[in-house]
Design a protein around this ligand. Structure first.
Ligand code: CP
Length: 290
């Protein structure tokens, strides 16, 4: 399969090449694919991933074919494979997919056009991790030896699972923190008040209320008090340490309202970088390199 499905398929050299290409695009380098069309198939809600892919496609001069699951033949029972195979037959040059099923792309092995994974279940969110890495690289100019703590709903988070794997490969020390019921032991767990004093990056995760089978056994106020980033915790951070969050953010839950846009927050920079990372990935795939 072509495109970008999981970062596990990419070497650290290829990841660095994509980050550097995204930085070049951010500095103004332009490349255009005016005869190409790409469809965005989002089976789960999305603002950042869906629309930053669309902005990236527009910046590359590519036509965006929009897809509404409610108005499509998905509602008549058409499968994901037959939907993607149809767009391939229609002459579309690539497809962006977000789906709740883990590794949905295993059903699409016969598809020849590039597939760009916009998130699958709890498993992969490769372009989110690339934009996180680009933001970290812009900040620190390296990965080796940096300490990052990912805080919150690790268990349900494809962002955490993708980042833990790739950050370790890049030489970072990755820790997790937050409520015990969300600890899946994917990294060493440390208390948040220790993490904020020692980390270079504190990456907060959204509490994913929509994925929980049962309600959290604490209130959102208690969550914020125990595991949320507030101004007191920000004041404990190292001078050059930063706060990241893939967003959407629950203000007042995992992050205080005034912290979301404080001097240490890189949340909106992450969103900006997402456009350039997605331009880099799409361009590289259309050039036959992914
Ligand atoms: N970060 C992220 O994936 O956001 P969306 O769900 O809005 O795409």
């Amino acid at each position: 399969m072509r495109g970008l499905l999981t970062l596990k398929d990419l070497s650290t050299e290829k990841i660095m090449e994509l980050i550097k290409y995204a930085l070049k695009l951010k500095k103004g380098f332009r490349i255009s694919y005016p005869d190409k069309k790409v469809v965005t198939l989002f089976f789960e809600n999305s603002t950042r991933t869906q629309y930053s892919f669309q902005c990236a496609l527009m910046n590359l001069g590519i036509k965006v074919v929009d897809f509404d699951t409610q108005l499509s033949s998905i509602a008549k029972g058409e499968t994901l494979y037959d939907t993607v195979r149809t767009f391939e037959a229609l002459g579309v040059d690539g497809v962006v997919i977000r789906h709740s099923k883990d590794e949905y792309f295993k059903e699409l092995e016969n598809i020849k056009i590039p597939i760009f994974n916009g998130g699958d279940g709890k498993s992969n969110h490769p372009t989110q991790s690339l934009l996180d890495l680009m933001t970290i690289y812009e900040e620190f100019g390296k990965f080796e030896g940096l300490k990052c703590c990912i805080v919150g709903d690790i268990l349900h988070s494809r962002v955490a699972h993708t980042n833990i794997e790739v950050m370790r490969r890049l030489g970072m020390d990755v820790y997790i923190s937050g409520p015990e019921e969300y600890n899946d032991n994917s990294a060493e767990w440390i208390p948040l008040d220790e993490a904020v004093k020692t980390m270079d990056i504190v990456m907060l995760l959204r509490v994913q209320f929509e994925r929980h089978q049962e309600k959290m056994n604490i209130t959102v106020e208690e969550y914020h008090e125990k595991y949320g980033m507030n101004s007191k915790r920000v004041s404990m951070m190292k001078d050059n340490a930063i706060i990241m969050h893939p967003a959407p953010i629950n203000r007042g839950v995992e992050i205080a309202d005034d912290v979301a846009e404080c001097e240490k927050s890189r949340i909106y920079k992450q969103m900006t970088n997402g456009v350039y990372v997605r331009m880099a990935v799409i361009s590289d795939a259309l050039d036959g390199n992914l």
